[in-house]
Design a protein. Sequence first.
Length: 256
Amino acid sequence: MRSFNPPGRATRSYGKPGHPVQRSRDSLHWSHFLRRTAAHFAGKCSRVSLALACFAIVAAVLTAAAAERPVRIVLLGDSLAAGFGLAAQDALPARLECALQAKGLAVTIENAGVSGDTPAGGLARLDWSVGEGTDAVILELGANDALRGADPKATRAALEAIISRLKQRRIAVLLTGMLAPRNFGPDYVQAFDAIYPELAAAHGLILYPCILEDVEGDRALNQADGIHPTAAGVDVMVKGMLPKVEELVGRVKAGK
């Protein structure tokens, strides 16, 4: 029988190990295995990369959301905070909130003013007036004590108790001061006026020395009673207080 194998060449076989054709077939199988394995791991790496990318996006969104959460401030005070004789939108908390938002600050200010209130009254209602989630308090109390000639020691003690409890709750405080009527005599004036700067220094608070700065005594900025500011008077108060309230917001954001 005629052979088609050239002289000196081995006979083709598919069953004998070590034969050149068998080795070629083994190489094909091994190459195919490597390609499948590489594709498998490439797919896994791709899925891991996608998962990491998704995680990074979610983290960025959550971080941005936290950064944009408004700073919640409560203005704890008396009729000057409550907006006696004014429309709600003209009261100090509302006007102050608008001014801060106009400067690009994400802030809400809750009106916790009660007409006729005193530091002792503010202390009694502190827990329900300053709710959970409050970041900062603007403490505006003491004007009625001054008008009534109350004992400065009692005023100081009540204000300090409020401050201490807010600090325990890690709530930042801006203390707004009040000046005693000058006709009460130098001793009373000295004792009362010293309350606010001394408390601010002792507790590391931001101080706005007089809530009625540039408003008190100006008929054009006060209502007929000569005590409560008009809407225009509130705007003057806001302008004066604004840098201190911005500092308060900064403290909250810095975690102080």
